[in-house]
Design a protein around this ligand. Sequence first.
Ligand code: SAH
Length: 458
Amino acid sequence: MEFKKNQMVELYIDDIGNEGEGIGHIDGYALFLKDAVIGDKVRARIIKTKKNYGFARVEEVLEPSKDRVEPKCPKARACGGCTLQHLSYKKQLEYKFQKVKNCLERIGGLQGIEEKMEPIYGMDEPFYYRNKAQFPVGTDKEGNLVTGFYAGRTHHIIDCTHCVIQHPVNESILLKVLDYMKKNKISAYDEKTNHGLVRHIMTRVGFVTEEIMVCLVINGKKKDLRNLYQLVDSLKEIDGMTSICVNINKEKTNKILGNKIETVYGPAYIYDYIGDVKYQIGPLSFFQVNPKQTKVLYEKAMEYANLHGQETVWDLYCGIGTISLFLAQKAKEVYGVEIVKEAIDDAKFNAQMNGFDNAKFFVGKAEEVLPREYEKNGVYADVIVVDPPRKGCDAKLLDTMVKMAPKRIVYVSCDPATLARDLKILGENGYQVEKVSVVDQFSHSSHVESVCLLSKIY
Ligand code: SAH
């Protein structure tokens, strides 16, 4: 059967795709539909066709799946953020568990892996969990200031000041910033012309310390923000307001933040804790966005590392040393490696602030630093932890890890497909998967975080 753009079809959704989208079939031809749930019967409009599959848009849900729920956020469908809010949370968790299991079986060749998988760690309350937000600011067709989130795959701003996955304090921050901008005729940035001042409103909240940071990203100078004291006075009314700063970004770029930070009120950072470890967080620092679940994840990593005080641990792709410092509580020594120099500066600072003299850090590519340290200095590890970006570990790194022959490898992963690929390589080189846990760090999105324990077979 030939399909054409704009053609209307009726179909039953029988599968779920990699990004949480629904998949339905007509005469063997697969159609991918955002906002459709397994079990739905829908009427849809074809928007794009390829040889073996196509994309369609749900026009009407004819018979809803039993797993479909009313999204808590009225903007959920238009917004590019949450892609799974219309799926019950219980099903979201099942989907994520299955996604990891399927990858490990199909790509990793790990048949029967389910026996080694712990039940997924979901959130008790999967809303208002994020500690960091970056809201773009713009103007709508009528010229009104708007802030919220980009629509899926475009830079059209969906007006949304109450986001149900962000900390609730964000709403009053956004309203206060918009109010200040209106009263003082401060313009919003326009990407097309590269004119206008305020690009983004960034916020960070310490969930344990309750400290709040607001950082305005501007295409100009701090003094261009007329009567800035009005905004400061107004933001200070919010309990916990600790740091107000501006970030200068004059580039014509999709990158949200520039490099220069100027403080307006308080220091240019806040503090927060994960467990007993304290971290200083600036506007540019990478810090896990779901602090509650991060604690669950790091506690799993700690449990799998099985430390008793005598171990040497390498933490590769360490960011600001969050896992390194968490493990330094129980290890003899921890060595962290990370490519971003500023992150390593944060890691060193945080190590000192917490009084850890057993954590050392290297700037560089993990696949260069570890082989070099191994060949030159014969470094050793009882446990190696890796937490790579989505593309997974570099082959050269895996090779050195195998040569170093640690007793245990703890693999923290944000992409089950590359995790599975790397576990296969480690499996062929003497490492056996002992345990896997999936921790839901990103409720209502299709992202999946997991941690896996491998042990050396002698
Ligand atoms: N473990 C940290 C951060 C993990 S995110 C945490 O839990 O907070 C992955 C990190 O890997 C990022 O900080 C990124 O900058 C870093 N990175 C990316 N490629 C790298 C490479 N080739 N070598 C070392 N670090 C790398």
